[in-house]
Design a protein around this ligand. Structure first.
Ligand code: C5P
Ligand code: C5P
Ligand code: ZN
Length: 460
């Protein structure tokens, strides 16, 4: 990947202006942030466009602009055939669609036999090019790790692995990144303790998850002080003894509920911190910062998240905080709609259709949250539909266990898209596509069959 990064860097260096085309999610926004900083460093002008995915229309528009070079970040490898004849470079980690016949300079872990859902993110791939351009760009390692965490690359092993760890070391040395093993709850820095526990769902804590009163009682019963001078204490306000006390009790509860030691082990893991940001804010920890970026990109405000990645802590931060409130509301409402319409089951998959009541840009997050919520049978993957301007958006989510048994959702999407002339792809554990209106039933039949075959082939 380093030698590919050098090739991309040399191509970029010869340009006077570059168009960056990136994905609207946290990883895509962080990747564009990295690419823009790197271009600033070598005095190359740039403009940026954020897209939900690369379809014919986006590619045609880019071709019409006739730019000197388009730098695709966090996308591109899955759409190589469309990019033929374009002056382009790619830094991506999605499963590639074809051999790179046009020899477009491309950094992608899959090309060197690595797993793109774990080893490095789109932001990480852009980072390798940034460093190939200038060693001083190692301070962009924080954004690269932000992208990896945004894509949940730490979930499988409770820590980042592979190339991501090399990037972490760069970040530590540059003084922009730190990490520690601690509770993995979302909102360690910003949520009051009761709320932190109430929303804990990985693992589910029987009798506490989802129940505000029970969480409050539980913390009281341990003799914990919930308030501080101003407001409520959060996880990072606790001393080590208080943390140990809570975690050992939670561990007992998880084990007693029969979820087994592997589930209990998921209470703790590596958390990634940005020491240059203010502690106690949404910017200081990677999972929270990534959610802030998603709150922008998923609502057609990727440029606000991009400004945050470029260092704006004034106007962009205010806007992002407003968008975060909207994002929370949208997720609550999307989960409610999913429960209302109900999850249907076929032999090898399950699905629901959010119609026009769930935004196509958050249908994937909704599916991921549902599958991880513990309320759902997670022995088969979940497919979720939502109407979109271009047709029907479908998002699929699996689990680590299913992937280990042979599930590959990226391949499901690719095969189905060939049949329906849709666009899609992704990773083994999470993939998406847009298919023509009305093709849902046929799509489901095909997906059911492909998933069935994938699992059958799995070694026992
Ligand atoms: O397009 P991109 O590669 O950036 O997005 C990866 C997607 O996969 C994210 O939406 C992320 O939430 C999802 N994912 C998941 N579960 C995992 C790993 C990734 O839902 N364990
Ligand atoms: O959109 P969703 O969150 O379901 O996307 C899951 C994964 O599939 C992401 O990595 C996304 O980039 C990828 N995807 C894709 N092509 C699409 C839709 C999603 O490669 N048309
Ligand atoms: Zn990504």
């Amino acid at each position: 990947m380093h030698s590919k990064a050098k090739t991309v860097a040399e191509t970029v260096r010869t340009c006077s202006e570059v168009k960056i085309c990136s994905h609207i999610d946290a990883d895509g926004i962080a990747a564009a942030g990295i690419a823009s900083h790197a271009l600033d460093g070598i005095g190359v002008d740039y403009s940026v466009v954020f897209v939900k995915n690369l379809d014919e229309k986006v590619v045609e528009d880019l071709k019409d602009e006739n730019k000197e070079l388009v730098w695709f970040t966090d996308l591109g490898s899955g759409s190589l055939e469309m990019l033929s004849g374009m002056d382009a470079v790619i830094t991506d980690h999605h499963v590639p669609s074809f051999v790179n016949q046009d020899r477009i300079p491309e950094v992608n872990p899959h090309r060197v036999g690595r797993d793109g859902s774990l080893d490095i993110s789109g932001a990480g791939a852009a980072y390798l090019v940034a460093v190939a351009l200038e060693k001083a760009n190692k301070d962009l390692a924080a954004l690269a790790i932000l992208g990896a965490v945004g894509d949940m690359q730490d979930q499988a092993n409770l820590r980042l692995v592979g190339t991501n760890r090399t990037i972490m070391e760069d970040g530590l040395r540059a003084g922009v990144l730190d990490w520690r093993t601690d509770a993995r709850f979302f909102g360690r820095e910003t949520r009051p303790l009761v709320k932190l526990l109430q929303y804990a769902n990985d693992p589910l804590i029987s009798g506490l998850s989802g129940d505000w009163n029970a969480c409050k009682e539980f913390l009281f019963s341990l003799g914990l002080q919930l308030r501080k001078d101003k407001g409520f204490r959060s996880w990072v306000d606790l001393n080590p003894w208080e943390k140990d006390r809570i975690l050992s009790e939670l561990r007992k509860i998880v084990l007693a509920s029969g979820q087994g030691p592997d589930a209990a082990d998921r209470l703790m893991g590596e958390v990634y911190l940005f020491p240059k940001e203010e502690q106690g804010t949404e910017l200081h920890e990677a999972k929270e910062f990534a959610t802030l970026l998603n709150s922008c990109g998923r609502y057609e405000k990727a440029e606000v998240g991009f400004a945050l990645c470029r260092g704006d802590r004034e106007e962009a931060l205010d806007s992002a905080m407003m968008l975060l409130k909207g994002h929370r509301g949208a997720l609550v409402s999307s989960l409610r709609v999913a429960n209302e319409v109900g999850i249907e089951r076929l032999e090898h998959i399950q699905y629901f259709h959010g119609g026009s009541r769930i935004l196509d840009s958050v249908i994937g997050i909704t599916a991921g949250m549902l599958l991880g919520s513990g309320d759902l049978d997670n022995s088969v993957p979940l497919f979720a539909f939502a109407n979109s301007d271009e047709g029907v958006k479908v998002s699929a989510r699996g689990t680590r266990e299913l992937v280990a048994k042979g599930l590959d959702l990226s391949s499901v999407m690719k095969t189905a898209c060939e049949r329906f002339e849709g666009v899609g792809g992704g990773h083994n554990i999470a993939a998406g596509a847009t298919i023509p209106n009305g093709s849902e039933e046929e799509f489901l039949e095909l997906a059911n069959e492909i998933v069935g075959n994938q699992m059958e082939k799995a070694p026992i």
